[in-house]
Design a binder for this molecule. Sequence first.
Ligand code: COA
Length: 257
Amino acid sequence: MPEPNVLLAIEGALAVVTVNRPDKRNALDLPTVEEFHAALAEIARARCSAFIVTGAGDKSFVAGADINAIKARRRNDALAGINSRLMSAIENHDAVAIAAVNGFAMGGGCELALACDLRIAADNALFGLPEATLGIIPAAGGTQRLPRIVGLGRAKEMILTGARWDAKKSLEYGLVSEVVPSAELMTAARAMAARVLSLGPLAIRLAKQALNASANMPLQSGLMFESMIQAVTFESKDKMEGASAFLEKRKPAFTGE
Ligand code: COA
């Protein structure tokens, strides 16, 4: 049997999703995108609170959309948002997504990292949105999420000049929050996940929604949304447990309720 294009390991509250086409630098063809959606559904079913996304092999995180598929696609394929829907499904997932970027994060690979909530890079990471070299634009969130993360000027630099950013520059620009030696990437990503998993799960899930909404809402509506969310956390078991644990000088045992 051929190996799956997407490997999923569920380890309690944490899942690890590995794009597994190393011979093709983990480029996203349609079966890979579909397998990724299935992995996201499985992560939701298993009620994981965080998942790490990485690429198989030591060369590439994801080298973008599969260019064979791009060549064959026409207007309606773009309108169907094949890759774009995957990125939105990651962004809107209940679990926190952590991109562990090893090597090339080009095109859709860069956009995959942008759709994740947190990004950590190996020292060999290289980010770029080279779509215009193919006569197209980055349309799985590149023109929209990149400026929200690094600012419009820097996003224009990457997209309009075809610049590639190494790990050091990506850290300086705020594209990633940590750079580690390649061999330590997964350990560092797991440590980041452990920090997420130590917090109140319901609060984290709702905080992700509030943070995502900040890009779409006027300030007053966003502040109202934030208060409504807090009204939910104030009635939660997690809040009672978190506050009690602090006052009793013990570790909280959250249930996510
Ligand atoms: N789609 C389809 N195949 C891809 C691919 C992609 N996005 N990226 C790499 N591959 C394939 C290559 O065609 C090659 O296949 P082959 O062995 O059958 O010839 C294999 O993966 C290895 O690629 P190669 O270019 O030899 O590896 P490299 O390590 O020298 O370079 C990259 C790696 C990522 C810099 C280079 O492959 C690249 O520029 N890829 C395209 C990136 C891109 O433009 N992405 C946006 C797409 S919209």
